[in-house]
Design a binder for this molecule. Structure first.
Ligand code: BGC
Length: 253
């Protein structure tokens, strides 16, 4: 029997993207739809865009739950931080706002947490039995800590204080672009970051995602760590797939 796809939606700084996900295959069941993130991306404006994406896929997703990612700490449906998004998300009952706007069950999760879950279920760390630490290198640095397949949410390791700085302001892919650093110049920043995270968590595996992971060969082999460090596999599909998986799981429990 064919199971119904679950819609995953990824709210990012420049685009809001969604696709129905086939959770058996761990892949999109149809092409994704991307709509630019509105300027001054308040919860209400973002909810209106999310509604357009839901409408677009309505025929394929039935009345199932919807998984949504956001680059913020999310506890009990409330967005608690806004490092690279509009400050109006801080302490907003975002899950409730979205679900009231859509008239559907919404499960809201941190973007890196969703990507990490997808990589462990379907991607680079598939079936890994130990402690997996996923990091996403983008505008900021996101993290997901997954132990024996179970997510410990909101680790926010992009905001570790290292050498007196918020780590993501030194080592994110966005910083590399902003400063025009070559990979050779960027590698010491990554080395400092990952050796610090390693010393605190001693994971069994690091997975590195974010757009920059497609060039992983240019920097990952040069990092000197005890822990294996590998690129993510699901690329920009990870957030959507992980959000859909977490939504299905939350609504089944
Ligand atoms: C945010 C995290 C997010 C990460 C990646 C950080 O600035 O604090 O919540 O996961 O960026 O988007």
């Amino acid at each position: 029997m064919k199971t119904q796809p679950v819609l995953g939606i990824d709210i990012g700084g420049s685009g809001i993207k969604g696709a129905p996900v086939d959770l058996k295959a761990g892949d999109f069941a149809a092409d994704r739809l991307r709509i630019p993130t509105p300027a001054k991306s308040t919860p209400a404006k973002v909810a209106a865009v999310v509604a357009r994406i839901v409408e677009h896929f309505a025929d394929q997703i039935g009345d199932g739950p919807i998984g949504v990612t956001i680059p913020s700490v999310v506890t009990h449906g409330i967005t608690r931080s806004a490092a690279n998004i509009d400050p109006s998300w801080i302490d907003a009952p975002a899950e409730q706002i979205l679900s009231e706007h859509l008239g559907r069950t919404v499960v809201l999760v941190n973007d890196a947490d969703a990507a990490g879950v997808a990589e462990v279920r379907y991607g680079a760390a598939k079936g890994h039995p130990g402690l997996v630490l996923m990091t996403t290198l983008g505008t900021g640095i996101g993290s997901a800590l997954i132990y024996h397949g179970v997510l410990i949410p909101n680790t926010e390791l992009g905001h570790l204080e290292i050498d007196g700085h918020d780590a993501e302001t030194q080592a994110s892919a966005g910083v590399r672009t902003k400063l025009g650093l070559t990979y050779e110049e960027y590698i010491p920043r990554l080395q400092r970051y990952y050796e610090r995270v390693e010393a605190l968590f001693w994971p069994d595996l690091f997975v590195v995602g974010g757009g920059i992971s497609k060039n992983a060969g240019q920097y990952l082999p040069y990092l000197r760590l005890h822990t294996p460090i590998i690129p993510a596999e699901l690329k920009n599909r990870a957030g959507i797939i992980g959000a859909a998986a977490l939504a299905a799981e939350a609504s089944a429990s």
